[in-house]
Design a protein around this ligand. Sequence first.
Ligand code: ADP
Ligand code: F6P
Length: 471
Amino acid sequence: MSHTYDFVVAANRLPVDRVTGEEGNEGWRRSPGGLVTAMDAVMRGRDGAWVGWAGDPGEAPAPFDDAGMQLHPVPLSEQEIADYYEGHSNDTLWPVYHDVIITPTFKRSWRGAYRAVNKRFAQACADIAAEGATVWVHDYQLQLVPQMLRELRPDLRIGWFNHIPFPAVELFAQLPGREEILEGLLGADFLGFQRTEDAGNFLRAVRQYLDLDVTGDVVDLGERQVRAAAVPISIDVEGLREIVESDSVQARAREIREQLGNPEKILLGVDRLDYTKGIRHRLKAFGELLADERLDPSKHKLIQVATPSRERVKAYMDLRDQIELTVGRINGDFSSIGATALTYLHRSFDREEMAAMFAAADIMLVTPLRDGMNLVAKEYVTCCADDGALVLSEFAGAATELSDAYLCNPHDIAGLKQQIMKAVDAPAPQRRQRMDSMRSLVSENSVQQWAKNYLASLAAAPKAPSTQAAS
Ligand code: ADP
Ligand code: F6P
């Protein structure tokens, strides 16, 4: 072991992915998703290591430094990517944890791979954590790590945070291996969730399937206790503000409006291309509003950014086809030469370009069918003009805090259309007032504050009786 750390983060992905160019040249690119956005901001300027997968198959690169962060890559073989990542994580757990929007696939061999990869992550953390260190494990891909790590290193303080929802017991019940997951999680000293409802779902599942005593938000394991509570995640408010307030980003925001032909209203959607995000529902509502002539394609323009995600999982391939068909239909019906009704962008952008889009947009459409938090909603609130408007699904974790948004049920297309029109037609003072209150709320709980709160709860967890490292 070359180095030990007092603070270790473990997440399925590292903050950067290794990419190989057409000529075989290797490089690194920022990984997609909210977890990386959040934890990257938390880890910068803090001593510690990040254990995760480098995003490609085969041998892992040697540990390296990325802007002061120590990255410790964990290898995954082609087969493990198929079984642990695309299979059990994203074709079993992901749909079960998101209200079974699509039918989950259950495969025994995938569970074996999930177990093996979790073991590898636990070992990687055990190898680099200093005596008594804090290890913070993240998300649904690594639910067995807390218990596996405790067995290897009982001296560690172990936390876990779930970036996605935790399902109602009736849905969790479907999972083969549900007891194993609960036992895996209970290896932690503190379990963090996005919403109180998620923590409640977990505690109910523990009561039902492990027959353990639960008092309030504490599970009694006899030799130790584990608390499960909500610690809602946020964004790097200051960092993002600095970006969006720069002259170049403000100029780019004006340029985006000009390039769209200076429309009356720019509507914007920004999501990973995922069936949980309600992109199809949003496009349907937009298309119908154009057809009803309540929106005018020359005055109201929609930009939809759909970031490539999990492209080898069938449900994601199907969704991409459906979305692109709908985009084509809407543009075929409503665009004119040189003036597209809907601009569809299927790629990643840097933070400056994202901030410029948020600053340019008059109305942000965040319409997931289920979402742990949805950082995009908070990013928009931080970047938009004072009279920007947010249409937000009740099924996003963010709706708990951002109740001044134009809240919608995306399953109800008529209701969604109504809320979009409400945002379009709202008088500027009303939009300003709503945005002002949401902005204060977001700035009071930055991602740095979230990490502080989480780590304080973890530190306050009762000490385990054994603090001896296993030999
Ligand atoms: P999820 O974690 O499910 O992807 P979130 O909304 O919580 O959803 O987080 C998504 C993050 O990814 C946000 O920080 C958002 O700005 C960023 N993002 C989304 N699409 C793109 C894109 N095309 N290019 C760059 N960043 C993106
Ligand atoms: O929080 C949801 C999540 O799965 C994160 O783990 C990840 O940051 C993001 O979505 C992107 O997913 P993936 O890592 O599968 O590309």
